[in-house]
Design a binder for this molecule. Structure first.
Ligand code: ZN
Length: 199
C-alpha cells in the first residue's frame, strides 16, 4: 500500500514532517495538521462460558467458511470496544452477553504483503440471555461446547482455543477490568487495567 498523496481532511497535497522518530506524510497547511501514521484496524473477540461450555460460531463467509471460532469482528471507529464486542456476540451468535474483563490481545505489525496493522482484543463476557443460533449469512451455526467437543471442531481457530482454555481454568477477576469509574475519561474512551488491589 503506497502512502497517501492528498490530505484526507483538507485535500491538500501532503508533504513530510519529522514526528516520533521518522518522517511521515503530513499536511503542511497551518489550520489542518493531519499526520499519517499508517493504516491500522482494531478487532475484537468474545469468550462466553456457560456451565463449563464455551460459545463458538461456525463461519458462514470466506475465508474459512465452515470453520469454528469465538464470535467477533471489527470495531467501528466511532464505537466503544466493549460495545463492539457485545454487538458481535449478539449478531453472530444471537446471545446477549456483558463484557467482564480482557483475556488478552494480539497485535499484528504491518508487513509488505499485509500493510494494515491490526490489534485484536479478546474479552471475557458473562452470558445474560439467548440461546445460540447462526444467522444463515455470517454464521452457519453457533452453540456452547465442552473443551473436548470444541477441540474436535473443523478448523478450530488456535487463538480462540487459547483464550477459551485461559477462561475455563479460572473465575472472573484475573484479567484487565473496566476502570470507567477510576478517573475522569475523555468522551469515547474505554479504559481497562489490572483489578484494583483487594478487589
Ligand atoms: Zn490537511
Amino acid at each position: 500500500m503506497s502512502p497517501p498523496v492528498y490530505c484526507p481532511r483538507c485535500g491538500s497535497v501532503l508533504g513530510a514532517k519529522f514526528d516520533g522518530g521518522r518522517y511521515r506524510p503530513a499536511c503542511l497547511m497551518d489550520d489542518c495538521g493531519f499526520l499519517h501514521f499508517g493504516e491500522s484496524s482494531i478487532g475484537c473477540g468474545g469468550v462466553v462460558i456457560r456451565d463449563g461450555k464455551a460459545l463458538l460460531i461456525q463461519r458462514g463467509l470466506n475465508p474459512g467458511r465452515g470453520t469454528w471460532q469465538i464470535p467477533g469482528g471489527y470495531v467501528e471507529a466511532d464505537e466503544a470496544i466493549p460495545a463492539a464486542t457485545e454487538r458481535e456476540v449478539r449478531e453472530e451468535a444471537g446471545v446477549i452477553a456483558k463484557v467482564r474483563e480482557v483475556i488478552g490481545f494480539r497485535h499484528s505489525a504491518s508487513l509488505p504483503d499485509r500493510p494494515v496493522a491490526n490489534l485484536y482484543v479478546v474479552f471475557w463476557l458473562e452470558w445474560v440471555s439467548g440461546e445460540p443460533r447462526g444467522d444463515d449469512i455470517e454464521t452457519l451455526d453457533a452453540g456452547f461446547f465442552t473443551l473436548p467437543e470444541l477441540e474436535e471442531k473443523m478448523g478450530m481457530q488456535a487463538m480462540s482455543l487459547w483464550a477459551i482454555k485461559l477462561a475455563l481454568a479460572r473465575d472472573y477477576g484475573s484479567g484487565f477490568v473496566s476502570h470507567q469509574e477510576s478517573f475522569e475519561l475523555r468522551p469515547g474512551w474505554s479504559v481497562f487495567g489490572l483489578p484494583p488491589a483487594g478487589a
